[in-house]
Design a protein around this ligand. Structure first.
Ligand code: SF4
Length: 321
């Protein structure tokens, strides 16, 4: 088994790393703890970075007109500009980053579902939005792997996040090695990319074919741009099913009617969320071993991230979209 590149992930510092929450707490998180052996984390706490200190009075997002402000009700302090300036400066300076894990529902770090209030007075939320730092992350780095820690309790979301994260890290690692390395990376990722977007995969194929015309440097630039476009969309479970069937068609002529029926039934169960994708992948891999199909066996589609991270169980909470 090939070694996996180590992704670099910016993480909200209060998740496992430091007791920097407003109340002086740290939040323990099993997903992040497990990832520590495979990921280089870069922890950051935007609220501490702008000098709010720990512990501190709470802050909230308040809507005035069409604009959102970050305010501290107990002091009436407006820290919108400080947070915006910090976010822009920090995010412009991060290098070689493959993803983000941000604290759910924080007015600073949250990506969505952060409560928005009408004023600093007591009262119910009037809507939801992103936090100021989290929102800027989503605007600037939508092609990277970005998630909130709460959503990573859901297996499907976690699986998609890891797939994107480790593929981006692998690409970043081979980029300095030039076009030949990119071509071999592309070969191994054919079916994975197909699951994200078949039209973009075709564009990537064409870019690599036009190498002579465009030259190495331009080809690499175009390929990297297409990769960003590919990962700007989510691979749907339906795409996984279609790609799995595409692979299965290679073996189908050599299989018995019972074997074909068994696989089709399994694929249907996966489509109905009664089976994890790993069951489908295991059958395909066993056919690839039986028919000695090294091209299929080498596909990242079957193992896009370290197997030890593949935990099918989840909290049962959260949505997989
Ligand atoms: S959610 Fe973000 S700003 Fe709040 S404590 Fe955690 S790291 Fe700091």
């Amino acid at each position: 088994m090939e070694a996996f590149a180590r992704p670099r992930v910016v993480v909200s510092k209060c998740l496992e790393f430091e007791a920097c929450r407003y109340n002086g707490d740290v939040i323990y998180n099993d997903v992040i703890k497990k990832l520590m052996d495979y990921v280089d984390f870069v922890p950051v706490c935007p609220e501490v970075e702008i000098g709010l200190g720990t512990p501190r009075e709470t802050i909230r997002i308040v809507k005035k007109g069409e604009d959102h402000f970050l305010l501290q009700p107990s002091t009436q302090r407006d820290i919108t500009n400080e947070m915006r300036t910090f976010s822009d400066g920090y995010l412009a300076g991060i290098i070689d980053t493959d993803g983000f894990i941000l604290k759910t529902r924080s007015p600073s770090c949250g990506l969505k579902e952060v409560k928005v209030y009408a004023s600093t007075e007591k009262g119910p939320a009037i809507g939801h939005s992103s936090g100021l730092f989290g929102g800027r992350v989503a605007e600037l780095y939508s092609h990277l792997a970005i998630e909130e820690e709460g959503r990573l309790n859901n297996f499907t979301i976690r699986d998609r996040f890891y797939t994107k994260l480790f593929t981006l890290a692998a690409f970043r690692n081979i980029l300095p090695q030039g076009l030949q390395a990119i071509k071999s990376f592309h070969e191994k990722n054919q079916f994975l990319f197909m699951a994200y977007s078949n039209p973009t995969l075709k564009v990537m194929n064409r870019i690599l074919k036009k190498e002579q015309e465009n030259g190495e440097e331009r080809t690499i630039q175009l390929y990297a741009k297409a990769m960003n476009k590919l990962f700007n969309r989510t691979a749907r479970s339906d795409s996984n099913r279609k790609v799995a069937y595409e692979i299965f068609k290679k073996f189908q002529p050599h299989l018995s009617a019972k074997e074909i029926a068994f696989f089709e039934e399994l694929l249907q169960k996966y489509a109905n969320k009664k089976e994890p994708f790993s069951s489908v992948a295991t059958i395909l891999k066993s056919h690839a071993i039986r028919f000695e199909d090294s091209e299929i066996l080498g596909q990242t589609f079957f193992a896009p991230y370290p197997e030890i991270l593949l935990e099918i169980s989840d909290s049962g909470k959260g949505r997989d979209y």
